[in-house]
Design a protein. Structure first.
Lengths: 430, 351
């Protein structure tokens, strides 16, 4: 061991917050940044320091606020350094384990009650004292904790207004839907998302076709057009980079694909205060499962880029080999308002993107309107063909041109009817 | 050793000498060829020197090894100069000892750098073939870098620093001038070349060498897989500067023009360096011989051709003879061009 009593050793001040690290040599001393501690795992209860009532995150003010006395506490975006996760054996194992319990107990730090919350629930409001609780202890050592969060930017009222406008927005729904559907009881909930980064170094090869159209006169003197495709092999390399490619981390809420994209520039380091007053769910889609989907998404986009890079009028027989580099994952919580309403004895789900206000979900369809439109689209063609074309052909031999026009009208009507029907079905499905 | 050596002083039985051509300084008997430039002679002179020999790298060649090295080097030269012969070169070969500084000292200071720890991640290669995606997983090793700062207080002995300004150039030419396999004790025969870099001038190099050693020591002390971008802000104390000597053989010959050319042979690696000149005169002699032979063939073919007017089958022999004569005259260019081309590459080899 070195004799650190020598004045030389005391003449050095390491940067603030750094701690001495072990050295196996008495001639060398070393310091490094203090290890990061995850002190947000302890259960947190959000109380007003003025009146003791509970506080919750207010999306309009971007602050914790007390609904009782009006106290506000600013929450600046956390400057904490958030490390992206990588696909180490430990992360994959933790990401696969997920939540090991079906239900967990959340101990209220305010009144002492034990609240039973559903599997994967990170936050709750105590039914006895109404205090807002956020607890990550159940996750510690068992599964991955959220690293990022996009805070709610809309209030419940704003979400409800957007949902109401959305419900009355199209002609094919019942006229009274907006009034009948009760979508006031929106619940703000943070839902888990996996965000993936990666770079792909790609070697590709494909056949590129150049289309040539030639007009010529045939032996009977008629003008003809001939289209030929000349194929040639082409190869190349490209680098594709993907940043925060999103994959939903839950299967509990259906229709998440309809809430649009989340503004990734609003991602903040995880702060339990942002969850106060809202529900929050941990992932139930494991990291390996989500990465399979994320990777597939990247592969598909990369294949499209390769085709675009190949150029030409057409491409076929694309083959490629892509080395994945710098793969990383982030576990983030995204704000979504969820509501359901009953109509015609059936339950319908409405989702509102808590950051952008984009609305998605199910809307009941007035099927009589849909069938009327379909009939109106098809009938003109049938009428022209049956009532004008056929008689004209039989009586005067002049109906061929009319029959052709009727056929075109019928095909057009069938296309419109088909599109209307699929659109209506999609409106009701989730 | 004192900094000033007068002509009447001796060190290890050697007198102070200086080259009458390049001014390089030595310790030796006098009358030797200068092993620095290969052109001048060493004469008694007052010289300045600091330090004294502490270790040396033993001569691994001896005269036999030098002869072998010269044979393989010289035999490759075609139409070589008359004096570029191994017996002549061996007769003139002399051993000299070239110096490196060996520094003992203590380094005190602070350091900073980045410590890296290896970790493994799962990665993959994605292959699309025939419309089907295949994932080929593999393990990648990445490095987790963390900043580090610290203090260092350590001593090193015999840190080697160059003592000749042209050392790096010579190390590139001869190799093995790095002092590996050094032993203690006095050197035997041969002149000792004196450093031409004062410790003042060599000090930055010594500090850099100490810093490199300290960085390596810090790496081992931290036990990390990597330590990069190490910067040491420190000073040297209690320095001692002595010499490490490495063996270099020198010999010489006169080329066609009577100009003295030197060859150097590393006593460590056996590598030979120096201009090995070909003789343009010898080349011209051989070319003339070929031309005469060619002309002879042409003349003979003319005579045979005249006879062939009467005895026509001889015309064929005359034609063959004529072609042979022309060929010999064309080939006469080879002994002219070979030394010329060879000497173009050798002439630039000046110390």
């Amino acid at each position: 061991m070195a004799d650190f009593s020598d004045p030389f050793w005391s003449g050095f001040a390491p940067p603030s917050g750094w701690v001495e690290v072990p050295s196996a040599d008495a001639a060398i001393r070393a310091w490094g940044p203090a290890p990061e501690t995850e002190d947000d795992e302890a259960p947190q209860t959000f109380h007003c320091p003025q009146c003791g009532a509970h506080t919750a995150y207010d999306p309009t003010k971007g602050k914790l606020s007390c609904s009782h006395c009006g106290y506000e506490e600013a929450r600046s975006a956390s400057q904490a350094r958030v490390r992206r996760g990588e696909f180490t054996a430990e992360a994959l194992a933790a990401g696969e384990r997920g939540w090991g319990v079906e239900r967990q107990a959340l101990h209220c730090g305010s009144c002492g009650a034990d609240i039973a919350v559903a599997e994967g629930q990170l936050s709750a409001s105590c039914p006895f004292c109404a205090s807002n609780q956020v607890d990550l202890r159940a996750v510690a050592g068992e599964a991955l904790r959220p690293q990022h969060v996009i805070p709610f930017a809309l209030t419940t009222e704003e979400a409800g207004a957007k949902a109401a406008a959305w419900l009355g927005g199209r002609w094919l729904h019942p006229a009274n839907l907006k009034e009948v559907a009760n979508v006031d009881r929106f619940r703000g909930v943070y839902l888990p998302w996996w965000l993936f980064d990666a770079r792909m170094e790609v070697d590709w090869e494909c056949e590129v076709g150049t289309v040539t159209t030639r007009t010529y006169t045939d032996s009977s003197g008629r003008r003809q057009t001939r289209t030929t495709v000349k194929w040639r092999w082409k190869k190349g390399q490209l680098e594709a980079a993907y940043d925060k490619c999103p994959v939903p981390g839950t299967t509990k809420v259906r229709g998440l694909g309809r809430v649009g994209t989340f503004p990734m520039n609003q991602l903040q380091a995880y702060d339990p205060a942002l969850l106060a007053g809202f529900g929050a769910h941990a992932y139930d889609v494991s990291l390996p499962e989500a990465w399979d989907e994320g990777r597939h998404l990247m592969r598909t986009l990369t294949a499209k880029r390769c085709k675009a890079a190949a150029g030409g009028d057409r491409q076929r027989n694309l083959s490629l080999s892509a080395d994945m580099e710098d793969e990383a994952w982030t576990y983030a919580l995204m704000p979504v308002y969820v509501s359901a309403f009953t109509f015609r004895g059936r339950s319908w789900v409405v989702l509102v993107n808590g950051a952008t206000g984009h609305v998605g979900g199910q809307r009941p369809v007035a099927w009589w309107k849909v069938y009327s439109v379909m009939a109106a689209a098809v009938l003109p063609g049938v009428f022209v063909g049956v009532c004008i074309g056929l008689p004209g052909l039989l009586v005067a031999g002049l109906g061929v041109a009319v029959l052709i026009i009727a056929m075109v009208m019928l095909i057009f009507g069938l296309v419109v009817a088909g599109l209307t029907y699929t659109s209506a079905v999609a409106e009701e499905a989730l | 050793m004192s900094a000033r050596l007068t002509v009447d002083m001796e060190v290890q039985g050697r007198k102070p000498l200086a080259c009458d051509a390049c001014g390089a300084t030595f310790l030796g008997g006098g009358g030797e060829v200068c092993s620095a430039c290969g052109a001048g002679m060493l004469e008694a002179a007052e010289v300045h020197a600091l330090g004294e020999p502490e270790r040396h790298v033993p001569d691994g060649l001896g005269r036999t090894g030098v002869e072998k090295a010269l044979v393989s080097s010289v035999s490759a030269v075609r139409y070589r100069t008359a004096q570029l012969a191994v017996p002549t070169l061996m007769e003139r070969a002399q051993l000299s000892w070239w110096p490196l500084w060996m520094v003992d000292g203590e380094l005190l200071g602070t350091w900073r750098g980045r410590a890296g720890t290896d970790y493994e991640v799962q990665s993959s290669r994605e292959v699309l073939q025939g419309g089907v995606w295949v994932t080929k997983p593999h393990i990648d090793t990445r490095i987790d870098w963390v900043d580090r700062v610290g203090q260092v207080r350590t001593s090193y002995d015999n840190v080697i620093v160059t003592a000749l300004r042209a050392h790096d150039r010579w190390a590139e030419r001869l190799g093995g001038l790095d002092g590996a396999r050094a032993v203690e004790g006095e050197v035997g025969q041969g002149v000792i070349r004196l450093p031409d870099r004062h410790p003042r001038e060599a000090r930055p190099g010594a500090e850099a060498a100490f810093h490199r050693l300290a960085a390596r020591q810090a790496h081992e002390a931290l036990g990390s897989d990597h330590l990069a971008d190490v910067v040491i802000d420190g000073s040297l104390r209690q320095e001692e500067w002595t010499w490490l000597l490495v063996p270099v053989w020198t010999t010489w010959y006169d080329d066609d023009a009577g100009e003295r050319r030197a060859l150097w042979v590393s006593g460590v690696t056996g590598r030979v360096w120096g201009p090995r000149m070909a003789s343009q005169r010898k080349g011209l002699y051989w070319a003339a011989l070929w031309v005469v032979l060619g002309l002879g063939c042409l003349a003979g073919s003319v005579v045979v051709g005249l006879v062939g007017i009467v005895l026509w089958p001889l015309l064929l022999l005359a034609a063959v003879g004529g072609l042979l004569g022309l060929l010999l005259m064309v080939l006469a260019l080879v002994p002219v061009l070979t030394p010329w081309r060879h000497n173009r590459t050798q002439a630039a080899m000046t110390p």
